[in-house]
Design a protein around this ligand. Structure first.
Ligand code: FMN
Length: 475
């Protein structure tokens, strides 16, 4: 059964010894994030943490380090704890490929157990952490997402965009250009009307994982999350607009983004291991009309920062899955597996194993990865390996790079691709375009039988015999 809410997920983590409570008082100013980050940097990704005693925020809780371990990602998708990251992505693809499940509208939701509206709104009541010394403010939105609705089609979009507390009733949103929420807003700007939005924190993990994944512009992450969790997401009408919000969310910040209104945002210690923004960049903000929340609400926070954090692990799984799904939809044959390692946040570098079946096949796969909805945005390096290499096994990938890669004909450089403005390999003032590279370690199809090197395999019968008599060799 899918998790009905964040609390069921937290209970499951506890039952599987994957969660610890921090009852000692911690300061929201750096201390909380540093406990979380140093915990995550322990072998195996530490434990998920629930902070229950936050300075100046009695009765409020913060949940961190939720998905920094492979085991916890497996639990989020209700898979066996031993499932590898790549197999989690494969499961994701199997669940959502050509499958969508619409949300179910319910008449009331726990997310509205408490409603604070109008002049009573105060974002300072939310225990938003201050993460890193060079940050520009308290970040309420790291493990959350923004909901907007397309003016043209009525489709609800869920997008994870960081959100910095501006003041009492202004929440600043870092929506990178051409993200779905930003594209939605363009129609409202043209119509000259505010865009109703809701910022959500604390749901069933599949919603957060889908909100931080690229899908087609006209797709709703509600429908994908329904397919991923195998059950419709329960949604309820917001209190100040007709937006549908997750009924069991811990926090719903309702409001609107008004055309023409911006405020300075950042810097923020990002997943690239570097700060993004200089503090003088203007971003859109939500004029908050209401904060609705559950009793004893739990804010879900991710630490971001240098690898490896929740962000890298989540994106390792969801970007791998969405790229794999994109390639599947392109119906290119011969692709065995796809893997974006967490250290690349699953998105800057990917490894694809394949069986070259015709002239130019491997180039097609490399180009397809860059042309896909997922890979078009920010993917810089595609490493292609033969089908006997496991992309998740870095020793095998290093072997392929060492013995199967020939720089002259194995390298193709492309120019003028779409970059993420967070990429620290580009100058800070000019980050919207990137070059890309295909590193092709596959055995060229055109070599045919004459030139193709012969791989070494064990003799199957002898290997079976040896395994069957293994202990006898060492008596
Ligand atoms: C923890 C986390 C934080 C993120 N922060 C941002 C952000 O601040 N701005 C942004 O544009 N994308 C951010 N992303 C990436 C987006 O969530 C991702 O591109 C997603 O596809 C956006 O939704 P959309 O495709 O509906 O626009 C973040 C992802 C994660 C996992």
């Amino acid at each position: 059964m899918p998790y009905a809410d964040l609390r069921e997920f937290i209970d499951r983590l506890e039952a599987e010894s994957q969660l610890r409570y921090v009852d000692k008082e911690v300061d929201w100013n750096l201390e909380l994030s540093h406990v979380a980050k140093l915990n995550e940097e322990q072998q195996g990704g530490g434990s998920a943490l629930v902070f229950s005693n936050i300075k100046e925020h009695p009765g409020r809780r913060v949940f961190t380090s939720a998905l920094t371990a492979r085991e916890r990602l497996a639990l989020a998708l209700e898979m066996p704890l031993t499932t590898s990251l790549m197999n989690l992505s494969q499961e994701w693809v199997d669940r959502i490929h050509n499958n969508r499940v619409s949300p179910e509208v319910v008449s009331s939701g726990a997310c509205q157990e408490n409603v604070v509206a109008g002049d009573d709104v105060d974002l300072g009541t939310v225990p938003a952490p201050w993460f890193y010394p060079g940050d520009g403010g308290r970040y309420l939105g790291t493990g959350g997402f923004l909901i907007s609705k397309s003016l043209r089609t009525g489709r609800h979009n869920l997008g994870t965009y960081r959100a910095m507390v501006g003041d009492k009733d202004r929440l600043c949103i870092y929506m990178i250009k051409a993200k779905d929420g930003e594209i939605d807003f363009r129609d409202y700007i043209e119509a000259g009307i505010p865009m109703p939005v809701a910022y959500i924190s604390g749901t069933d993990p599949t919603l957060f994982m889908c909100a931080s994944t690229l899908f087609g512009l006209d797709e709703s992450e509600y429908d994908v999350a329904g397919a991923l969790r195998g059950k419709p997401v329960d949604v309820v009408k917001a209190t100040t607009s007709d937006l549908l919000v997750p009924a069991t969310a811990e926090y719903v910040i309702e409001g609107e983004i008004v055309p023409g209104e911006t405020m300075p945002e950042g810097p923020f210690g990002e997943y690239t291991g570097h700060y993004s923004g200089k503090g003088d960049e203007e971003q859109y903000f939500i004029r908050v009309k209401a904060i609705t929340h559950r009793n004893d609400p739990i804010l879900w926070a991710t630490t971001v920062g240098r690898p490896t954090t929740d962000t890298h692990m989540i994106m390792g799984v969801n970007r791998t899955a969405s790229l794999w799904n994109d390639l599947k939809q392109m119906q290119i044959p011969g692709i065995k597996s796809v893997y974006g390692p967490p250290a690349s946040a699953g998105r800057m570098l990917v490894i694809i194993s394949m069986t070259p079946m015709y002239h130019g096949h491997s180039t097609q796969v490399g180009l397809a990865a860059f042309a896909s909805v997922t890979g078009n945005y920010g993917l810089k390096t595609v490493i292609l390996v033969d089908d006997d290499i496991d992309p998740e096994n870095m020793d095998q990938v290093m072997y392929a790079l060492s013995f199967k890669y020939q720089p002259e004909f194995g390298t193709q450089i492309l120019r003028r691709g779409r970059s993420t403005p967070l990429d620290p390999s580009l100058p800070r003032s000019d980050r919207f375009m990137t070059s890309r590279i295909i590193i092709d370690c596959t055995t060229p199809y055109e070599w045919g039988d004459t030139d193709r090197p012969h791989r070494i395999y064990l003799d199957d019968d002898m290997a079976a015999h040896v395994k069957a008599n293994w202990d006898g060799y060492f008596e």
